[in-house]
Design a protein around this ligand. Structure first.
Ligand SMILES: *Cc1c(COP(=O)(O)O)cnc(C)c1O
Length: 391
């Protein structure tokens, strides 16, 4: 059958009829261990009973009302996000790209509101990922993503990953904020070291500019802490989130400090769908689970086990695997060569993973993954590595 979908994705020839926890069941009757989970979206796995209950319950009450009215479920979600984090205020969105765009708007609006409208440039890492809208692709500074989508959007500057001196040189009196992913997801699970993040915070303080940490992929428990930057004990000014917070239901948000929020006045930003009763009810249930006592400790513990086992495989297959990297359950297996065949072999052995840049195989189990499921993944990965070695 010829697809009526435009070809912006190179899709795998695989479709699913249902999911349960860490597993997906394909339309042709096969069972897969799903360590993609919608790219770190299904934080609590497929068909989670708590989320099913939450969405069913809310779906019978009210799905959507305009943001012209108070939305108690959204008020509650925002309150909980601020009580548990650095943030004092929240703006809801519907996706990651919208959340990063809102982060940029919030930063610019803050300087505008204190009489510095020319302080509006955002400094980002070259070839980072902040989403696919026109501003977000220009923030990423990636040739591949911006190609054919000119004219170039002004207002973004770029520095190389890890180049602190370059970064310092690029900050001018027009710079409003530095925006980076705490852990670069699409870029190949590149972790910004804790000392780097702390240095970044110091630089921003000294230059009196804002620090935006994009936690769309690495946030909401994925790293073993609620936010990945908590490992480094830094406090950002603005944080866009999405993916994991909805557990599979589309929702995004930008979190900010009181200082930054002072620039936001009625009419300055909005979105028809954002923060709907349905979306925020589901997200509240995701938080119920992630905030349960011991939940994140368990993520930390099981991810340590997983990293250890993967490193053992790496040690046995040094010619194939260059590095195992990442934090918590945001894991990258970096190969020496192109990873496509490796990923296909894993799929043939019923393990689903996804690529990232720099020959990286991204492994993203749900946060409530069981040890037996990690063991199954390890077994499959080891088998595929052995088969690669035989050749
Ligand atoms: C996925 C992602 C985005 C974009 O999210 P969408 O929901 O696809 O718009 C932005 N930033 C980071 C770090 C991401 O991983």
């Amino acid at each position: 059958m010829i697809s009526a979908l435009a070809k912006n994705y190179n899709r795998r020839k695989l479709a699913f009829k249902k999911g349960k926890g860490s597993f997906l069941y394909s339309t042709n009757g096969k069972k897969y261990l799903d360590f993609v989970q919608g790219i770190a979206v299904n934080s609590l796995g497929h068909a989670n009973p708590y989320l099913i209950k939450a969405i069913n319950k809310q779906s019978k009450k009210v799905w959507h009302v305009s943001n012209a009215f108070n939305i108690p479920e959204g008020e509650r979600l925002a309150k909980r996000l601020t009580q548990k984090t650095f943030a004092d205020a929240v703006i809801f969105q519907n996706s990651g790209a919208e959340a990063t765009e809102a982060a940029i708007k919030v930063a610019r609006r803050y300087f505008y509101s204190i009489g510095k409208p020319k302080k509006n440039r955002i400094l980002c890492i070259k070839n980072s990922f902040h989403g696919r809208t026109i501003a977000a692709i220009n923030a990423s500074g990636s040739k591949k993503m911006t190609e054919g989508f000119g004219p170039k959007v002004n207002g973004f500057d770029h520095f190389k990953f890890g180049d602190h001196n370059g970064l310092k040189k690029m900050i001018t009196n027009k710079t409003a904020a530095v925006m980076v992913e705490t852990i670069m997801g699409e870029g190949g699970i590149k972790v910004i070291p804790d000392w780097c993040l702390r240095d970044l915070r110091k630089i921003c303080n000294k230059k009196k500019i804002l620090l935006i940490l994009d936690e769309v992929q690495c946030g909401i428990g994925r790293s073993g802490k609620f936010f990945a930057f908590e490992h480094a004990k830094v406090k950002p000014d603005i944080v866009p989130i999405a993916k994991g917070i909805g557990g599979g239901f589309p929702i995004g948000a930008v979190l900010m400090t009181k200082k930054v929020a002072s620039g936001i006045v009625p009419g300055s930003h909005g979105s028809t769908y954002a923060g709907s009763p349905l979306a925020t009810s589901v997200a509240n249930e995701v938080l119920n689970q992630i905030f349960k006592k011991g939940f994140l400790k368990k993520v930390e513990k099981i991810s340590k086990y997983f990293h250890n086992e993967l490193n053992k495989i790496k040690d046995d297959h040094k010619k194939l695997i260059k590095e195992v990297r990442g934090v918590g359950l945001l894991i990258g297996i970096k190969l020496h060569n192109d990873q496509s065949k490796f990923i296909k072999k894993l799929e043939d052995n019923k393990l689903l993973v996804i690529r990232a840049a720099e020959n990286v195989v991204r492994v993203l189990p749900p946060l409530n993954v069981k040890k037996s499921e990690i063991d199954l993944a390890i077994k499959i990965i080891r088998k595929v590595c052995n088969e690669f070695n035989e050749k």
